[in-house]
Every structure is written in structure tokens, then in C-alpha cells.
Design a protein around this ligand. Structure first.
Ligand code: FE2
Length: 207
């Protein structure tokens, strides 16, 4: 005799931490000129609060791709003043050397992330200026005016890593550049891996 098991109830999604971040950013961007990097120290504690907790990121926005990293849009401001993204790195995956053209913050939610920084020499070529190893809970700031050219990769060789990024624009639509070590730029617009967004505004389940 076989036993028929009822399907396990779907875990209730808790978008409150992400919704709180969106609400907080919405207040902050009203206090700064569009693109003003002076906003960075004010955004940092909001991101720190989000990544201090796990369990709020739905599995479909935490899924690695076997061949390359994934960039999932979690939210974009209606005036495109900021966007929130999850980056998911499989083992061994990373980016080319690139820039951002808008302010940004990177916070590690799971695993470890390696960020190698580069600067231009007078002849325009790039040289490495240092490497940051970001652990869970760590945050790195990205400032185009201070120099934001870097190459990012999963710090773990045997497990996925996930970081949450906040940018001062709709980062998937920003025309920016990748670089080779000679400093030659190749324009790119990253886009996003997902076609649908998490529904942060479905509050009925928590009522
Ligand atoms: Fe980057």
C-alpha cells in the first residue's frame, strides 16, 4: 500500500527586508541630486541591514548558471534613480574588467567575492592596485569619480556566492565599458538575466 503525501506547503516569501530597503532608498534619493555619490554613506547601513539576514531572496533569484554569472534585477526605481540586483556566481565564474558609470554598493549575502581594482597609467593602460576579499556581510563602495574599474569573481572554488548590489541608476540599461589591460574600452549594456520581478508589494500574506 502506498502512502500519498500532500505536497509540502510553499514557504511563505518574506519580502519585508527587501521592501524596507526600497522604501528607505526612495526616501534617500529625494535628498540628493541624481547621481550624487555623497549618498553612498547613507545607503550603506540600509544594505548592511538587508544582508545581515538571509532567507528573503527567492530561489529563482539565487540560482547560478552553469556557464556564467547571473545578474537578476530585484527592483528598479520608477524614475530609474536606483536599482537593486542579486549577482550569483558559480564556482570559478567572474566578470571581465569593467566600470559602472554610476555610484554603487556591493554587499555579500552568501559565500565570498573577490574584487580586483585597477587604475589607469598616464598612457591609458591599466594596472592592478589591490584586491578585496569580501566575506558575508562585507560591503564595498563603487565611486566612478574615485575610480571604479574592477574585475569581480567568486572567491569560493567549490560553492556559489551571492552578492546584493545597489546602483545609482538602472544598471542593466547603463552604457558602460569593459577593458583590456592596454586600457582599450569595449562598450556594453549588461541587461538582466530575469524577465520577471519579485512581487514585493503583495502584503496580504503577512496580514
Ligand atoms: Fe562591478
Amino acid at each position: 500500500m502506498s502512502t500519498v503525501l500532500a505536497p509540502a506547503p510553499r514557504a511563505q516569501e518574506d519580502f519585508a527586508p527587501l521592501r524596507d530597503l526600497v522604501t528607505g532608498l526612495g526616501v534617500l534619493v529625494e535628498q540628493f541630486e541624481a547621481g550624487d555619490e555623497a549618498i553612498l554613506p547613507a545607503v550603506r547601513p540600509l544594505l548592511a541591514r538587508l544582508i545581515a539576514r538571509d532567507g528573503w531572496l527567492p530561489a529563482e533569484f539565487a540560482r547560478p548558471h552553469p556557464d556564467h554569472y547571473q545578474q537578476y534585477l530585484l527592483h528598479c526605481d520608477s524614475a530609474e534613480r536606483f536599482s537593486i540586483v542579486s549577482f550569483v556566481w558559480g564556482p570559478g565564474q567572474g566578470t571581465p574588467i569593467h566600470d559602472h558609470r554610476v555610484w554603487g554598493l556591493v554587499g555579500v549575502l552568501r559565500g565570498q567575492e573577490r574584487s580586483e581594482h585597477f587604475a589607469r597609467r598616464p598612457d591609458g593602460s591599466l594596472h592592478a592596485t589591490g584586491t578585496s576579499l569580501l566575506e558575508r556581510g562585507d560591503i564595498e563602495l563603487l565611486s566612478p569619480t574615485q575610480g571604479d574599474i574592477h574585475r569581480v569573481s567568486n572567491g569560493l572554488a567549490d560553492a556559489p556566492s551571492i552578492s546584493i548590489h545597489i546602483y545609482g541608476g538602472n544598471i542593466g540599461a547603463v552604457a558602460r565599458a569593459t577593458y583590456d589591460l592596454a586600457g582599450r574600452e569595449k562598450r556594453f549594456i549588461s541587461g538582466y538575466a530575469n524577465a520577471r520581478l519579485p512581487n514585493l508589494w503583495k502584503r496580504s500574506e503577512s496580514l
